[in-house]
Design a protein around this ligand. Structure first.
Ligand SMILES: Nc1ncnc2c1ncn2[C@@H]1O[C@H](COP(=O)(O)OP(=O)(O)OP(=O)(O)O)[C@@H](O)[C@H]1O
Ligand SMILES: [Mg+2]
Length: 289
């Protein structure tokens, strides 16, 4: 396990992601604490939890955007602290905050990422067209991204993340603020790419039904720690015969529902509807406009 195959395409022993005793603090706020996690190769793994649980911080450490100490995280056998560049080559990342430039066309946005991620020059054009097509954006590819619907913007961001043919796709709340049809559109396309490539997917979401439907295993995070881990069926069975994933969430984050999550006010806890959508819509407007 100490040897590191030079080629990113080599088979790797062990899991897609392994975190051991992960910790991160912002000043006196401990965002992630004693976090152990394994994401198996090829699975869709969901990281769930209320606002402020530490999901984004965890993901930013895995994706090398926040520092992690040596031996705390490996991605496909590579140590995130020691082999940062190699890890970056393996990962496609769609952040919680939107990442498309509204003034550029869809195609230009994807081309930018192709250059950024060193997609070989002679493969670039074909690869850009291929991911645009996979995300059903070929027709809209010449329009500025600011004219896209929310669902199209999300698919554009997926295209950006997929253009380097990552082995691990990391999505931070990929469907927030989308209508049900657009949500299904995102999940269907992720499923199609997975089927074709065997890519591993690590996703955060608050949408329990989506997690139930699309994640093979789930970790429930609350107040910087993992509180429950298993398949949706296992987690539901632990609560009771007719339990839903919402019940699992409530059971493990009970105080979050009463508005005490990490000392934040009630409207920062679980927003499955309006507030959250508005927040997401504002984010979209701010970034893409
Ligand atoms: N850049 C930062 N500076 C200071 N504190 C931060 C920063 N980023 C996150 N935090 C704090 O760390 C904790 C975890 O935040 P994080 O964004 O990881 O949570 P999350 O689970 O992704 O929440 P959400 O569901 O709202 O996206 C919170 O208490 C948050 O306020
Ligand atoms: Mg977050």
């Amino acid at each position: 396990m100490s040897t590191d195959p030079a080629s990113a395409g080599s088979p790797h022993p062990g899991p897609a992601v392994r975190c051991a005793g992960l910790r991160h603090a912002f000043g006196t706020t401990v965002a992630v604490d004693r976090l152990d996690l394994e994401v198996r190769r090829g699975e869709v793994f969901g990281l769930l939890g209320p606002n402020g649980a530490g999901k984004t911080t965890t993901i930013r450490m895995i994706t090398t955007l926040l520092p992690a100490p040596p031996d705390a995280i490996t991605v496909l056998g590579r140590d995130v602290a020691r082999q940062r560049t190699a890890v970056r080559r393996l990962i496609g990342y769609v952040p919680q905050q939107l990442s498309a430039d509204g003034t550029l066309s869809g195609r230009e946005n994807v081309m930018l990422f192709a250059r950024l991620f060193d997609v070989p020059r002679r493969e670039r054009r074909a690869q850009v067209e291929s991911v645009l097509d996979a995300m059903d954006l070929t027709e809209a590819a010449d329009r500025p991204a600011k004219t896209y619907s929310g669902g199209m913007v999300r698919r554009l961001e997926l295209a950006q993340a997929l253009v380097s043919a990552p082995k691990l796709l990391v999505l931070d709340e990929p469907t927030v603020g989308l209508d049900p049809v657009a949500r299904d559109g995102v999940w269907d396309r992720i499923a199609a790419i997975r089927e074709a490539t065997g890519m591993t997917v690590l996703v955060t979401t608050h949408a329990m039904q989506e997690a139930d439907e699309h994640c093979e295993r789930i970790a429930l995070m609350h107040r910087s720690r993992i509180r429950a881990l298993g398949t949706p069926a296992e987690l539901k069975a632990e609560i009771g015969p007719d339990a839903t994933l919402d019940d699992v969430f409530r059971h493990n984050t009970g105080d979050a529902l009463s508005g005490e999550a990490d000392g934040k006010p009630a409207d920062r806890t679980i927003e499955t509807g309006g507030m959250r959508d508005v927040r997401a819509a504002r984010r979209t407007a701010g970034r893409v406009g």
